[in-house]
Design a protein around this ligand. Structure first.
Ligand SMILES: Cc1ncc(COP(=O)(O)O)c(C=O)c1O
Length: 398
């Protein structure tokens, strides 16, 4: 058994990021400035979008995108139930209503459920590229077009993911990315909005900084001007140059990170495929999965809490992504969110476990995970068999 605890996720930070942060600290410019601008340009080029606006989280990115697209009181926004609470919470902050819908067995929004949830008040749809695999964007965009809906992609897990040979980032009206510490690339906390719409990008940029016409760099730097105007009441969501200093180097390393994530996922797949108690994540055609997560589904013969505890006892961390939103008190209090409306998410959630997966994991780390998982599954088999034995014998004696 390994002697050190292996967390389910860890950031991969190198000397380049550290040097760049120190450079920002020494430069005297800490907040939004030239490094944020450079990060935005390089990120937009990487995902193939015209514009990118850096902000301090994906939550902020989702909030700003919906706000800038005019979502407000009386509107309904379709959100899959299997996501982090941020996806739906921001809809509520705008006075609109998140309409939760079921997901398919891959954890991606169920489009039949989305269709059934449409009402005359539906204004937008927020597909989540769960675990790092793109949703069926073609069908989502067709649905949106048929019903005049805005589409905001929640790509918190999906930087670098591809759909039909194109990187996620320019399919929808706006795409929101996360650079939280566990994500495929990080800035500690951070996020980005990408779009091909110049007007939308400029409104998002303005709303990210109090609705002001000029940011600090454009006021306080040598080329700036002191004058600014507040054009609308915005938020304080801007990214700092310290965050961008980390992001610039993480972005350069991203393809290598993804490559390692895919390698580790392939290893898990090969070494766990023979266990019928486990359903492994499937790669759908026409996508490039970037494995932010490796969520497995346990069969009903395994108890999920016990499985996670047993892994922990073997010094392997694991987590669950996600407790579906309709199960959280705030959302379950709404009679529209009865569990019976989400049969597929319920079935998936019951056995859902995310195994450790991140670029700095070594081959022996991955081997330890596989060994621990196999041990727990096989131990459970023998325990189940010994529980059944007396019954069988009793039956035979009658
Ligand atoms: C699907 C999803 N959406 C949004 C977010 C929010 O991201 P952030 O922490 O950058 O605000 C997360 C974060 O875990 C997430 O998993």
């Amino acid at each position: 058994m390994r002697s050190q605890f292996l967390p389910y996720s860890l950031p991969t930070i190198g000397e380049e990021e550290i040097r760049e942060v120190v450079d920002s600290m020494r430069s005297g410019w800490l907040t939004t400035g030239p490094k944020v601008r450079r990060f935005e340009e390089e990120f937009a080029a990487y995902v193939g979008a015209r514009y990118a606006v850096a902000v301090h989280s994906c939550t902020a990115a989702l909030h700003l995108s919906l706000a800038a697209l005019g979502i407000g009181p009386g509107d309904e926004v379709i959100v899959p139930t299997l996501t982090f609470c941020a996806t739906a919470n921001v809809v509520i902050h705008l006075g609109a209503r998140p309409v939760l819908v079921d997901v398919n067995r891959h954890g991606l929004m169920d489009l039949d459920a989305a269709n059934r949830a449409l009402t005359p008040r539906t204004r937008a749809i927020v597909p989540v590229h769960y675990a790092g695999q793109a949703c069926e964007m073609e069908e989502i965009l067709q649905l949106a077009q048929r019903h005049g809906l805005k589409v905001i992609e929640d790509a918190a897990h999906a930087v670098g993911a591809e759909y039909q040979g194109r990187r996620i980032g320019s399919f929808a009206n706006a795409t929101a990315f996360s650079f939280y510490a566990t994500k495929n690339m990080t800035t500690g906390e951070g996020g980005m909005i990408t779009t091909d719409d110049a007007e939308l990008a400029s409104r998002i940029r303005r709303l990210a900084l109090h609705g002001m016409s000029r940011d600090a760099w454009n006021r306080y730097s040598q080329t700036g001007s002191w004058y600014y105007e507040v054009l609308e009441p915005g938020f304080k969501y801007n990214m700092t140059d310290i965050q961008a200093a980390i992001g610039l180097h993480q972005l350069r390393k991203l393809d290598g990170f993804i490559c390692r994530r895919r390698e580790l996922a392939g290893f898990y797949r090969r070494r766990l495929a023979d266990l019928p108690e486990l359903e492994l994540p499937e790669e759908l055609p026409g996508r490039r999965h970037v494995y932010h997560l490796f969520p497995i589904r346990l069969s009903t013969t395994l108890n999920r809490s016990r499985f996670i505890d047993e892994l922990k006892r073997r010094n392997i961390g694991a987590s669950v992504h996600f407790i579906p939103l309709h199960r959280h008190p705030y959302y379950s209090n709404d009679p529209a969110n009865q569990v019976t409306r989400f049969p597929k998410a319920e079935r998936l959630y019951e056995g859902l476990v995310s195994l450790p997966l991140y670029p700095s994991m070594s081959d022996p780390d991955a081997e330890d995970v596989v060994e621990a998982v196999r041990e727990v599954v096989i131990q459970n088999r023998s325990e189940s068999a010994s529980q059944l034995m007396p019954l069988t014998l009793e039956g035979a004696c009658r």
